[in-house]
Design a protein around this ligand. Structure first.
Ligand code: HEM
Length: 217
């Protein structure tokens, strides 16, 4: 429970709203999938796994960067790092399987690959996520290998690649929403886009602050 100043309480309300937005977005997309596809359909798993990877795991993983987050105030830096690593690892696995299933489905159907904006941006996001994850693992262990260079340099590269990958992933997700069949009509799609934009902007606050502190702090 949050006690204390008005600022603490306001932040707690905003953090709660953010979590609600993430939950509503992910559940609406999943509801749409369960309504229209059987779970034996490979495409359904592409949508489920990619939405969970970008829309849930990456959003929550970035949230751990926001030091002012009222839910995480008591979490020390080392625990945040471990949870961030675990959640981002889940995002990588989820996306890798989701994209691999789609590629395999297109191979079976002998269709051309990476022809749409959605697929080109999604593939780029996935590659950047993997590179960023490797640099993140190096950043976490750099003190054990002093010959590899300075930790702040690795940290800023990891941050820059990770944020770029997230933004591209969200754009791919946005394009992906257009493929969903009914989604309560055009207004439903606009509502989902607005939810997505709001929570993406909010989840980027922590990384933007980290960048600012790195260069000007
Ligand atoms: C609501 C969520 C999503 C839906 C409904 C969706 C739907 C689709 C559809 C219909 C295709 C086949 C047509 C095409 O190639 O454009 C596709 C392909 C693809 N999607 Fe998604 N997608 C979603 C999320 C994502 C996300 C978040 C990513 C990655 C960050 C992603 C990455 C890809 C890639 C790389 C392909 C190309 C596979 C190939 O050409 O072999 N998708 N998606």
């Amino acid at each position: 429970m949050v006690t204390g100043t008005y600022k603490d309480r306001t932040l707690n309300i905003i953090d709660t709203l953010f979590q609600q937005l993430v939950a509503v977005f992910v559940l609406l997309v999943l509801w749409e999938v369960f309504k229209n596809y059987s779970l034996s359909n490979v495409h359904a798993w592409h949508v489920i796994l990619c939405t969970i990877g970008i829309g849930l795991c990456m959003a929550e993983g970035l949230l751990l960067f926001n030091k002012e987050n009222s839910f995480l105030k008591d979490m020390d830096r080392a625990t945040r790092g471990t949870v961030h690593g675990g959640v981002m690892c889940a995002a990588c696995i989820s996306l890798t399987i989701g994209i691999a299933l789609k590629i395999d489905q297109k191979v079976q159907a002998s269709s051309n690959h990476f022809t749409s904006n959605h697929s080109k941006i999604g593939l780029t996001a996935w590659i950047l996520i993997l590179i960023s994850a490797i640099i993140g693992i190096l950043t976490a262990n750099i003190r054990r290998c002093p010959g590899l260079g300075k930790p702040p340099l690795y940290r800023i590269i990891h941050l820059f690649l990770g944020v770029s990958a997230y933004i591209l992933g969200v754009v791919a997700l946005g394009f992906g929403l257009n493929y969903l069949e009914s989604l309560t009509g055009a207004n439903g799609k606009i509502a989902l886009m607005v939810f997505l934009a709001l929570y993406v902007a909010y989840s980027l606050l922590g990384p933007i602050k980290s960048c600012y502190n790195h260069f000007f702090g």
